[in-house]
Design a protein around this ligand. Sequence first.
Ligand code: FE2
Length: 247
Amino acid sequence: MQWITRLLSPVKPADFSVLQTDLHSHLLPGIDDGVPTLDEALELIEALAQMGYQRLITTPHVSGERYPNTSATIREKESAVREAVRKAGIPVEFRAAAEYMLDENFGRLLRENDLLPLDEQGHILVEMSFLHPPLALHKYLFELQSKGYKPVLAHPERYPFYHLKLEEYQALKQAGCLFQINILSITGHYGPDVQQSALLLLKQGMADFLGTDAHRMRHALTLQAALRSGHLEKPLTRHLFHNSAMS
Ligand SMILES: [Fe+2]
């Protein structure tokens, strides 16, 4: 019913409150290339809350080589940051999942059922190398779904080997992959090629979720500027995203 209400009365967004939930960010200090300290985490979390988010599901990188994070290390950091958020009085629900690199380590975690989904519906945020897709991509997508998970590919618009290749995106969709577009891609933050691919996916109705992928305050400042400029008004009002269903 929510989408019908939105179609009937499109609200001009001043912020991201229409999305309610951000499902992609790097806000656990010191465990990936996101915020390095708790103070910087709190500053960025506060900025995201001020932009209208009511729930932040932060997603530290998990990869076999660069970021060998485990569910246990993520849960430990999550508790510490959540407590700090509470003490600071920032009005936002905070929890952690992960952004899984589709590598051999991921294959092992999947076999061992040691994954942190984004929500109770079993959405799992995955990413791949920017150089080439993994050889076992479709095997991972199939196995995830056969275990009841719903794969969500982080920023499909950022992979150069997929740029503007609609048939490649369609093949991923047919394999059951949902798409999370970075809001920063729409703003042109990663360059014109990424921006065009993001706009193509939006136009084709293939974008399921929007995420900030915020690593640092400079990302929040870019998002604030984009909101002020009005450039995000059309994407936020004309497209249906499923962020708010992520509870
Ligand atoms: Fe990310």
